[in-house]
Design a protein around this ligand. Structure first.
Ligand SMILES: C[S@@+](CC[C@H](N)C(=O)[O-])C[C@H]1O[C@@H](n2cnc3c(N)ncnc32)[C@H](O)[C@@H]1O
Length: 313
């Protein structure tokens, strides 16, 4: 059954395809899922029609940055406060379909946003996965806008207040890291993790092949894009980061599942490491991008058992 889906990215809604995979066959789930923060159309995962997301409100006309970011976190109506719960329900829908497909003891790495990851954790726990850790992916740089309060007041003609609030800003600190929730499918009650490794070949960490600057890796993942690594997707992740997570938790020929492939980073990373992959992507445009990417990067293929150090910064 899996053959139809293996080593290709199926251009379809993962929720409708996941049930067709064979049970207990996936060795690793690695996915940079939509974060539910309205980054783009594909990231709006609620039915709140009063929403001003993606520039539908008159207040957003002509303001491109505002249009992209959508409404303030505070929300513009009571219904806006339900967006988190709707996101959690959406995650739970696909997590339920994923659970039977994972091997017992297998790992799941789920990328998320700092503001919405708790919804992902709740949803996966509700579907019986166990949270093992939350890793931090440290980015090379952070895009940051924090408006000066004094300028806001100056625009309102409040010169005295503007003076009093010199140096203060609105918003957040520069977002330099993103969380990666690490779950497992629990092994059998009464058994041990060692029994599970013997039976299912998953559940351990390949530390020796994942040394960072000669030392054991920590849960702070400092990986950047390779020199010349092209960008195809707004949410694209570095190949070295995904290769690290795949190498850490799988052996050659094991199967990596990513139901939200985007530009195909998981597929490329799996193929580079001689792992099999199963991927889904709902957008035809991104499917084509991923296919072109996979077809154009055969030279990236590393020899078996390569111990090359990744791009660290
Ligand atoms: C955060 S992006 C993944 C980016 C990817 N990690 C990369 O490096 O290019 C999430 C992707 O999930 C896709 N997506 C959203 N809902 C989906 C669904 N139900 N089934 C399959 N793909 C979906 C979106 O189109 C988007 O490209």
């Amino acid at each position: 059954m899996n053959r139809k889906y293996t080593d290709k990215i199926t251009c379809d809604d993962c929720v409708s395809c996941l049930p067709f995979l064979e049970d207990e066959t996936i060795d690793l789930f690695l996915s940079d899922i939509p974060y539910g923060i309205s980054l783009d159309e594909w990231d709006v995962l609620h039915n709140n029609t009063n929403s001003a997301l993606l520039g539908k409100s008159p207040a957003q006309a002509g303001k491109s940055a505002f249009k992209r970011r959508g409404k303030p976190i505070n929300g513009w109506s009571r219904a806006d406060r339900n967006i988190g719960q709707e996101y959690q329900d959406w995650v739970r829908g696909w997590a339920k379909a994923v659970y039977p497909k994972m091997k017992t003891g297998a790992s799941l790495f789920v990328f998320g946003a700092r503001r919405t990851l708790h919804r992902v954790v709740n949803a996966l726990e509700d579907e019986s996965f166990l949270l093992k850790d939350v890793l931090a992916w440290k980015k090379e740089c952070a895009h940051h806008r924090a408006q000066r309060v004094s300028i806001v007041f100056e625009r309102r003609g409040l010169a005295e207040e503007a003076e009093q609030w010199q140096g203060w800003r609105l918003g957040n600190l520069a977002p330099i890291w993103e969380p990666v929730a690490w779950f497992t499918k629990p092994y059998k009650i009464g058994g041990t993790i060692a029994d599970n490794i013997l039976q299912y070949q998953v559940g351990a960490m390949n530390v020796e092949d994942c040394l960072c600057n000669g030392s054991s890796p920590t849960n702070l993942l400092e990986f950047g894009f390779r020199k010349g690594e092209k960008r195809f997707h707004e949410a694209q992740k570095p190949l070295d980061l995904f290769e690290f997570l795949i190498k850490l938790t799988t052996r050659e020929d094991q199967i990596v599942l990513d139901p939200f492939m985007g530009s195909g980073t998981t597929a490329l990373a799996a193929r580079n490491l001689n792992r099999r992959f199963i991927g889904f992507e709902i957008s035809r445009e991104f499917c084509q991008v991923a296919e072109t990417r996979l077809n154009n990067v055969p030279k990236d293929h590393k020899p078996k058992n390569s111990r090359k150090q990744p791009t660290l910064f």
